[in-house]
Write a protein that binds this ligand. Structure first.
Ligand code: NAD
Ligand SMILES: O=C(O)C1=N[C@H](C(=O)O)CCC1
Length: 283
């Protein structure tokens, strides 16, 4: 695979909310958006293409993706691929990208994460894989993980309550919240992913959580509350995001970071967003 510092970027799927926002960020960054996007079977049948900042992007049915990929590799040397699809298809997609040796960035959450990492490592592909692409949220996550590594068990005996609020259509529990509770478990306050309270109803979101009406369709309001056993001490961590631009911009940074790693012939091939932040790889 040829390397490039300004890679052509393919976004799957431009029919999705996050995929479309990321494709717009690719164009905004002055990068070449590959005018082809893999999409779900229903969308591929229903519409032929979708517009991204005035660029018509041709939609490819899952059954046609292998032949399309052969052509794309030839037509777009140095291609980097971004995946914002669904938890139900992300494993199959990652295995497909790895088999084709395409550098890829996966922001899609859920699926079988252990299998996903195994498949990503199995090929010779380069990848950035992270459930959270927003750089400032990633910095928060990294700080919490550092605290957990420096002071394991520091919050033993504390009770953790987690609430995550997202747009109504989000079916899965936030991948970011899952990653954060894994760090807090190392601090001594473990909870199960099933204990994460998912808020998806508009009235609770606007009246109790303060989500602006205009962002009900795209927001991430997370609260992590740690309370001491005697109830006398309380810590509250929050990250409240409206819209999707924080993720889209971080994803473009991740794609540029990955293209650089390919160009360098980096020995490490699989990265997360903390690696992107540590490299200072932000525009
Ligand atoms: N990492 C992050 O920072 C971040 C940020 C936002 C969303 N996400 C994740 O991204 C994913 C998508 O979120 P969304 O809000 O865009 O969802 P969405 O439902 O709007 O979009 C999903 C898209 O995937 C497409 N799709 C379905 N099957 C496909 C297949 N086999 N191949 C290609 N495309 C296929 C659908 O057509 C749909 O357009 C979720 O897992 C979400 O958690 C991650
Ligand atoms: O909008 C979404 O869906 C998001 N998904 C990621 C998660 O599951 O944590 C990141 C935040 C937004």
């Amino acid at each position: 695979m040829a390397a490039s510092s300004s890679p052509p970027i393919m976004v799957n799927s431009c029919t999705g909310k996050m995929g479309h926002a990321t494709a717009e960020a690719v164009v905004r960054a002055g990068l070449q958006l590959v005018p082809v996007s893999f999409t779900g079977a229903s969308e591929a049948v229903a519409v032929g293409n979708v517009g991204v900042s005035g660029i018509p992007v041709e939609l490819v049915h899952p059954d046609e993706r292998q032949s399309a990929m052969q052509n794309l590799k030839a037509q777009y040397p140095g291609l980097v691929l971004i995946d914002f699809t669904l938890p139900s298809v992300v494993n199959d997609n990652v295995a497909f990208y790895a088999r084709n040796g395409i550098p890829f960035v996966v922001g899609t959450t859920g699926g079988d994460r252990e299998q996903l990492m195994q498949d990503a490592r199995a090929g010779n592909s380069y990848a950035v894989i992270a459930p959270q692409m927003g750089k400032q949220v990633v910095a928060f996550q990294a700080t919490l993980e550092l605290m957990a590594q420096q002071f394991p068990g520091a919050f033993a005996g504390y009770k953790l309550e987690v609430t995550e609020s997202h747009q109504r259509q989000k079916a899965d529990t936030s991948g970011t919240a899952k990653a954060v509770i894994a760090s807090i478990a190392k601090l001594g306050a473990p909870i199960s992913e099933d204990d994460i309270v998912k808020v998806r109803d508009a009235s609770t979101q606007t009246e109790r959580l303060g989500v602006p009406e205009e962002h009900l369709g795209g927001h991430a309001f997370h609260t992590y509350r740690l309370t001491s056993g005697d109830g006398d001490v309380e810590f509250v961590f929050q990250h409240n995001v409206c819209g999707r631009s924080i993720y889209a911009e971080g994803t473009v940074d991740a794609a540029l970071f990955l293209a650089k790693k390919v160009a360098e012939g980096s020995e490490q091939r699989i990265f997360d967003m903390i690696d992107v932040l540590k490299a200072g790889a932000m525009r």
